[in-house]
Design a protein around this ligand. Structure first.
Ligand SMILES: [Zn+2]
Length: 320
């Protein structure tokens, strides 16, 4: 009740498309992944969205924007990267609410891959304390006696790795694992080919997100084209369906992609691309820079209030 009351202040005027970013949906909360939503909260958010918004896939929403028939309050649920729990945890919840999501998959991680940020979390989870000493490889010493300290260690290590070039990052991750052996790390975090097919067969849209999740502005335009095309071809082969939409890795305008990349996607025949600039898209929006935002809030009242605040921001400034 409160939640629907709070939408009474929804900005009027032109219809607005809210695109939400998720990565994982955990079966139960994980203290080392405080930013990730769990199944119970995702169910509450999906129920709220399906009651108060017209839920669409990204390419459906882009088409509605193009044809000037976007419902007044439209929303897309999107998942980035291609985590297995998008099928095992999120899909059953979405199905209960007749909702279809859009899943942007970095194909290089399918079938047992692991993103470096997850390697850090799973490494620190298994590391034995009280101190994780990585000074010998230039990554510092990190107290890990408490959950709080482990969280701090995770973010410190992720920051150190984040801005390295991909090959150097892989090498440094390997040195980190060798410096403090913790045993096997999970190899089932990402979707398998069969799981990806199951998501597509269930009616969710599968969109491109490159092969290696490389930030496009770090590549030549030819290399960016290859990342986009090879990822798309792999997804089309696996799902037997055309890939119409794309999510820029990292997704911040100017820093992570630019007007040349938007033009490239258009030239390659994509119909829409999403950034991570906050705001909503209204008719006339640039379909190759649709804004998205990450929903926060433990309560649905807060979730609704933040959706509304995001809608009031209007459209972000575009790179073109
Ligand atoms: Zn991503």
């Amino acid at each position: 009740m409160l939640a629907s009351l709070s939408l009474l202040g929804w900005p009027g005027g032109a219809p607005a498309l809210s695109i939400l970013i998720y990565h994982r949906v955990l079966p139960v909360p994980d203290p080392l992944r405080p930013g990730e939503i769990d199944a119970a909260l995702f169910e509450a958010q999906t129920r709220f969205l399906s009651r108060h918004f017209t839920l669409m896939t990204v390419s459906e929403a882009a088409q509605a924007l193009r044809e000037k028939r976007l419902p007044r309050r439209a929303a897309c649920i999107t998942f980035d990267d291609g985590y297995a729990d998008n099928l095992t945890v999120a899909h059953p919840i979405l199905a209960r609410h007749q909702a279809k999501a859009t899943v942007f998959v970095a194909t290089g991680y399918l079938n047992g891959g692991r993103m470096f940020s997850d390697t850090v979390i799973e490494f620190v989870r298994r590391a034995h304390g009280p101190v994780l000493d990585l000074a010998s490889i230039g990554m510092g010493r990190h107290p890990i006696s408490t959950g709080e300290e482990r969280l701090k260690a995770i973010s410190a290590l992720q920051v150190q790795l984040k801005y390295l070039a991909p090959a150097e990052r892989d090498a440094q991750v390997a040195r980190m694992l060798a410096a403090h052996p913790v045993g096997p790390l999970p190899e089932d975090l990402m979707l398998s080919d069969a799981q990806l097919r199951a998501l597509a067969d269930a009616g969710h849209e599968v969109g491109g997100h490159t092969v290696d999740h490389t930030v496009l502005t770090t590549l030549t335009l030819d290399a960016a084209r290859h990342q986009v095309q090879a990822g798309r071809e792999a997804l089309e082969r696996l799902t037997g369906r055309p890939v119409r939409s794309f999510a820029y890795p990292n997704g911040r305008p100017v820093r992570d992609y630019d007007a040349g990349h938007a033009a490239l996607l258009r030239e390659l025949g994509f119909e829409a691309a999403v950034s991570t600039a906050a705001g909503v898209a209204r008719p006339g929006a640039d379909l190759f820079q649709l804004p998205r935002y990450t929903p926060w809030g433990r309560s649905i009242t807060l979730f609704a209030a933040r959706l509304m605040r995001n809608a009031r921001m209007g459209a972000p400034s575009a790179v073109v």
